[in-house]
Every structure is written in structure tokens, then in C-alpha cells.
Design a protein around this ligand. Structure first.
Ligand SMILES: [Fe+2]
Length: 216
């Protein structure tokens, strides 16, 4: 994404470093919890920011401390539902960039059969095979959906599709469109879980194609 934006070389490098480091907290999370599921207490983005703050950033960037704050903030905030108001314009830019890139990555992961069962795993799934009201309502209002609202695996597709309306940069959404990630994700879902085919899944397909159009 950074490469499509004609950024100064310095900014491109910052974006690259943030991208490489943004999930560094996963190591600590696994050590503490033997799980990659974020909890109230153990959240990988915060853990990553802490690790960098405690000294890892010096290991990766020995030459200067000039960019520490911006890098650490972007790592810390990459999974927040909403960014805090007090960011500078520059901080906000890099936060939004990694957040969009991460959204692309989520779509990419959802197109691969290899991890399908993990990505579409729900502990206690309800019997209903329709989209939950809360999920549908959030989609209609272009609001973000959290895992708390997810009751079945169709809701999970809804949650992922809701990410389309959260992109900041057009280049992010264009990339997803160009790669056909949404179609691939839905095809894979239909093949693996045909019991969810029906009105609501068709509605989600239409919703996704409209979301692409509205970003043009
Ligand atoms: Fe992450």
C-alpha cells in the first residue's frame, strides 16, 4: 500500500518497519497463554507495544530513537475498534495504514483452505443458520462488529465483510477487489459449509459488492 502512495522514502521505511513489527506481541502472548486469542488481560497489540518499549525497538532500530513513538503507537493501536482523538495527523496516517494492511491480511487468510477451520471456529454455535440481527443491523449502519456479536459462522462472514466499510485508503480496498479476496472467501465458505447457503449469504454478497462501489 505504501508503495502505491508515492511516500517519501523515510515514510515508506517507517511503514515497512511497522508492518514487520506489528504482531511482535504474538510471541509474548503465546508464551503467557499458549493461545493467540486476545483477552481483556492479554492483548497482543498492547503486549507488542510493551515489548518494543522495554527495549526491543532498540534491537530492530539501533541508529535512532526518532521514530520510536510513531512505531510503538501504530503497533499498540493496530487492533483497536476506534483510534483515539489525540493522535497527530502523522501518527493517525501510520495507524490507519497498518490497520488497512491488517484488514487485507485478514481477507487473504480467509481465502485459504488451510486455515479455514481455525478462522471459522466458534465455540458455542447457535443452531440458527441465519445472520444475527445485531450483525445485520451493524452492517446496515456501517458499524464495526466484534466477536461478541457473533453467534454462528455466517455472522463471522458478516464480521469480515463489515471490515470493507472500515478501510481508510482506497488503495487498500482496491487491492482486495483486484485479488478477488471477498469472492474467494465466500466461495470457500459455501463449499465448506453449504448448510449456510441461502437468503442471508446472498444478501452478504450484495452488501459486499455495494461496499466496493461506494469506495470508488
Ligand atoms: Fe495483530
Amino acid at each position: 500500500m505504501a508503495k502505491t502512495m508515492n511516500l517519501p522514502e523515510e515514510d515508506e521505511t517507517i511503514a515497512e518497519i511497522i508492518a514487520i513489527l506489528h504482531d511482535i506481541g504474538r510471541f509474548e502472548q503465546w508464551k503467557k497463554n499458549r493461545s493467540y486469542v486476545d483477552t481483556e488481560r492479554i492483548q497482543h497489540a498492547y503486549l507488542g507495544a510493551q515489548m518494543l518499549q522495554k527495549g526491543w525497538i532498540r534491537y530492530f532500530i539501533p541508529e535512532t530513537r526518532e521514530y520510536d513513538e510513531i512505531i510503538i503507537k501504530a503497533v499498540k493501536l493496530h487492533r483497536e475498534l476506534h483510534l483515539p482523538h489525540e493522535l497527530t495527523e502523522r501518527e493517525r496516517f501510520f495507524c490507519n495504514l497498518i490497520r488497512d494492511a491488517d484488514r487485507i491480511d485478514i481477507f487473504y487468510q480467509c481465502t485459504r483452505n488451510k486455515d479455514f477451520d481455525i478462522l471459522f471456529e466458534i465455540k458455542e454455535e447457535v443452531e440458527e443458520r441465519s445472520l444475527s440481527n445485531a450483525v445485520k443491523l451493524a452492517l446496515l449502519k456501517n458499524e464495526s462488529i466484534t466477536f461478541k456479536e457473533v453467534r454462528n459462522r455466517l455472522d463471522l462472514i458478516g464480521l469480515r465483510i463489515s471490515l470493507l466499510s472500515q478501510f481508510t485508503f482506497k488503495s487498500g480496498i482496491d487491492y482486495i477487489k483486484e485479488k478477488g479476496y471477498v469472492e474467494k472467501m465466500i466461495n470457500l465458505f459455501e463449499n465448506n459449509l453449504p448448510q449456510f447457503k441461502g437468503e442471508d449469504l446472498e444478501w452478504l454478497k450484495k452488501y459486499a459488492s455495494k461496499a466496493f462501489q461506494s469506495k470508488n
